[in-house]
Structures are given as structure tokens and as C-alpha cells.
Design a protein around this ligand. Structure first.
Ligand code: AMP
Ligand code: MG
Length: 408
């Protein structure tokens, strides 16, 4: 039986982004860059003031001290957004606002708070003169051109998922349209004669289809588009009919749950084999051993186990990163943290993903299992905020020992 690592490698090798599109910047939040971005301009674009105050020649402020003030003539007003027309001569200053371009001759800004000018009333015309009693150093309160970035500097790499602050920076650089990868489309189906819609009246022997809700939300949280195809009955014909629907919907991935074990009515594997290719169908892990991977008519197919916790874990272990690859994301796997077990944690020697509550105790992340680890016990996953990862071959992690975990 394949190990988790072998299964992951086999799956991930089938997922590559293909198609890109150019979108207006405003539509690019959470999208994945398909090109490297380098700066087209310097940032800041020009020397500008970081304070509301007065642009000065720092040498003119040298005589200023607590007991002797300096007075300068205010020869210009430079609001943000204007292009200064003056060059300061000795003894001259210009009123300037935050973000306004520095005038020629000036090499510092004295904040308005440090002058005798009453700045509390917006709209007050510039004063004839200002007086102040402290020195300013050359460069003080100036943001020089190119301080943050120089034209040609590398900014963001291909494969990066665009966050709000990235969009802001791209706007600063004048990037109006961005080449991003197309969002993958995932066809999602459940299978099982026992499954009812969430709002259908209960019937004897039946349960509600919960996986399609959990999995749809997981797919969306991975940045992919989900197409919920509903529930296939446990017949070859019904399973195949839904898979055909996925083909029509032009899915990049078909994701199903249940019907891939050794039950008498588990038809999913068989239909995949007859219409495509079944690569493997079991992984040495807990929960989640029945897990199928293959192709249905050239579309990648992943068959998750039916048990609700197994389906969730299977998604986190295999599908999230597969969708990440398909989306063009680079190295964005969920990070692992080290946590300390509060009590002995038992395992059965398979690589295991156990539901736990992690909290900080005296500066250390400390983990406690959230109840029995049956793969149908979704409540224990609801109560968990982490999955502890117990490596293959380990049967007991003693209390106080550390293990790796994913925070959910
Ligand atoms: P199977 O893989 O078909 O043997 O299903 C394994 C277990 O998962 C059974 O107890 C099923 O009833 C349950 N199950 C299968 N599909 C779902 C689903 N969509 N929602 C909730 N439970 C399910
Ligand atoms: Mg079934």
C-alpha cells in the first residue's frame, strides 16, 4: 500500500497550471500571479515630505536653539499633488503638506507643530514668515525618490497569491492589468443510496449528505470554483451519469466522496477504471485509507473516502496542494507547527491525522485530543483547531513529547 508521501507525489505530478488570463487589477485579490513583476518606476516617485510643515534649507536652521529662534520668509505654498515652481534661496521656506513634492533648494522639512504657525485651522492662508527654535538635519522628514524601490527591482514572483497589500503596491507601480492563472473548476459529487439532501424529511436507514457541504467550502477556501453535482446512487449508471456531467461542465478536477472502498456497492472505482485509469485506491493512513486517484476521460479524478472526517483529512493531505498546483501557487503548503501532547497519544502505526485542540500554555503550544477518533465523528473535528500528524511506525507519543501539527 502506498505511503502518504508516495501518494502525494503521484497525485501532485499530475497537476500543473495551464491557462492564464489578464484581469483588471481590482479583480485580482486572491488570484495567483502568472508572471514575475518588476518595478516600472522608482518608489517613492519623487522626493516628498513625510509631514505637514515647511520645506527648508537645513543650513538655515543651524542657529536655532531653545533660547534663540530662527525666522524664515515663506515664499510658496506646495499642497500635495502640485508641482513646486520655486527653488528656495537662503532664508526662505515653503509651506508643504504630507506627500507633496519637495521644492528645489530644500533638503528638510520642519513639522508645523514645531513652528509658531497655528495649524489647527484648515484653509488658513500661508503665513508671511515662520519662526521656530530647533534645528533640522539634512534629509529630516523627507521620503527620497527610490527609497523603497528602484525601477527594475524585483517585486513579486510568479506563483504568488495576491493579497490586499500586493494589489496596493501594484497600483503604486501602475500595473493596471495583471496576468494571473485561471481559477480551477472542481466538480464535486457525493455517492451513496443512504444520502438525503439537507432539507429532505428523514427516512429510516438514511442520513444527510454532509460531505458535499464540507468539501464545497474546502474547495472554495483553496481558491477554486466548485460545481456541486449532487448525489449519485450506488449504481454504475448513476455514478457514470454524474461523471459525464463533470465532463460537460469542463471540470479541471473531479472530486467525489464515498464508494471507493471494498463494499458490495462501491462502484466508483470500477466506473473510473472502465472509462479512464485508476492509478491507486488505498493509502496507508488513518483516517482515510480508501482513497482513489485516477482519470475519468482525461480529467483528474480524486475519490475521497465517505466517512466525514476521512473526507476532510483526505482533502487537507492531498487535494489542497493539488488545487494549489493547479492554481499555479508556489510553495504555499499549510505550514506545520510543533505542539506538546498533554497526555499519551496512541496510534496504530499508520501515518495518522488526529483531531486536537491546541492552546498556548506558558508560551508553549499544547495539544489535547478532542474525543474518540472514529472517522464518522465529525463533532470531534468541529471541536478541534488542529490535526496532529503522527508519523508512520509510531504507536505512542508519550505525554510531554512534541509532535508536528497543522493548525486549522
Ligand atoms: P462508503 O465509502 O460508501 O463505504 O461510505 C463510508 C461511510 O461514509 C458510510 O458510513 C457512509 O454512510 C458515509 N458517507 C458517505 N458519503 C457521505 C456523505 N456525503 N455525507 C456523510 N456521510 C457519508
Ligand atoms: Mg457507500
Amino acid at each position: 500500500m502506498l505511503s502518504v508521501a508516495e501518494a502525494r507525489e503521484r497525485i501532485l505530478s499530475h497537476f500543473q497550471p495551464v491557462v492564464t488570463e489578464s484581469l483588471p487589477l481590482i479583480a485580482c485579490a486572491n488570484r495567483v500571479l502568472a508572471v514575475d513583476i518588476t518595478a516600472a518606476t522608482d518608489l517613492p516617485l519623487f522626493d516628498n515630505s513625510s509631514m505637514d510643515g515647511f520645506a527648508v534649507r537645513s543650513a538655515d536652521t543651524n542657529p536655532a536653539a531653545a533660547d534663540s529662534s530662527v525666522t524664515l520668509r515663506v515664499v510658496a505654498d506646495i499642497p500635495a499633488g502640485t508641482s513646486p515652481k520655486v527653488t528656495l534661496a537662503e532664508g526662505e521656506a515653503a509651506r508643504i503638506t504630507t506627500g507633496a513634492q519637495m521644492p528645489g533648494g530644500a533638503d528638510a522639512v520642519i513639522p508645523v507643530e514645531d513652528t509658531d504657525f497655528n495649524y489647527r485651522q484648515p484653509g488658513t492662508p500661508k503665513p508671511e514668515t515662520i519662526s521656530f527654535s530647533r534645528q533640522v538635519k539634512a534629509g529630516e522628514n523627507i521620503r527620497p525618490r527610490g527609497l523603497d524601490l528602484r525601477a527594475g527591482d524585483f517585486v513579486l514572483h510568479k506563483g504568488h497569491t495576491l493579497r490586499p497589500q500586493d494589489l496596493g503596491l501594484l497600483a503604486m507601480l501602475g500595473v493596471a492589468n495583471v496576468e494571473v492563472y485561471k481559477t480551477p473548476r472542481v466538480a464535486l459529487l457525493s455517492s451513496g443510496d443512504e444520502l438525503l439532501e439537507v432539507d429532505a424529511p428523514l427516512e429510516s436507514g438514511k442520513i444527510r449528505d454532509s460531505n458535499s457541504y464540507t468539501l464545497a467550502a474546502l474547495i472554495e477556501s483553496s481558491g477554486a470554483i466548485v460545481m456541486r453535482l449532487g448525489v449519485a446512487k450506488d449504481t454504475r449508471k448513476d455514478v457514470q451519469a454524474l461523471l459525464e456531467k463533470a465532463v460537460k461542465e469542463k471540470a479541471d478536477l473531479i472530486l467525489s466522496s464515498a464508494g471507493v472502498s471494498v463494499g458490495a456497492f462501491d462502484f466508483v472505482k470500477e466506473v473510473i477504471e472502465a472509462n479512464g485509469k485508476l492509478d491507486f485506491w488505498r493509502v496507508n493512513m488513518r483516517p482515510g485509507k480508501p482513497f482513489a486517484f485516477g482519470e475519468y476521460r482525461d480529467i483528474n479524478f480524486i475519490g475521497l473516502p465517505g466517512n466525514p472526517v476521512s473526507a476532510f483529512v483526505g482533502f487537507e493531505v492531498f487535494v489542497r496542494d493539488a488545487l494549489g498546483r493547479l492554481s499555479g501557487k508556489l510553495n504555499e503548503s499549510r505550514p506545520r507547527v510543533r505542539v506538546r501532547c498533554e497526555a499519551d497519544v496512541l496510534s496504530d502505526g499508520r501515518e495518522s491525522y488526529l483531531r486536537a485542540q491546541v492552546r498556548e500554555v506558558d508560551g508553549v503550544l499544547s495539544a489535547k485530543l478532542t474525543g474518540h477518533q472514529g472517522s464518522g465523528n465529525l463533532l470531534s473535528l468541529v471541536q478541534a483547531n488542529a490535526l496532529l500528524i503522527i508519523p508512520a511506525g509510531v504507536k505512542c507519543v508519550p505525554a510531554a513529547q512534541e509532535v508536528e501539527a497543522w493548525l486549522l
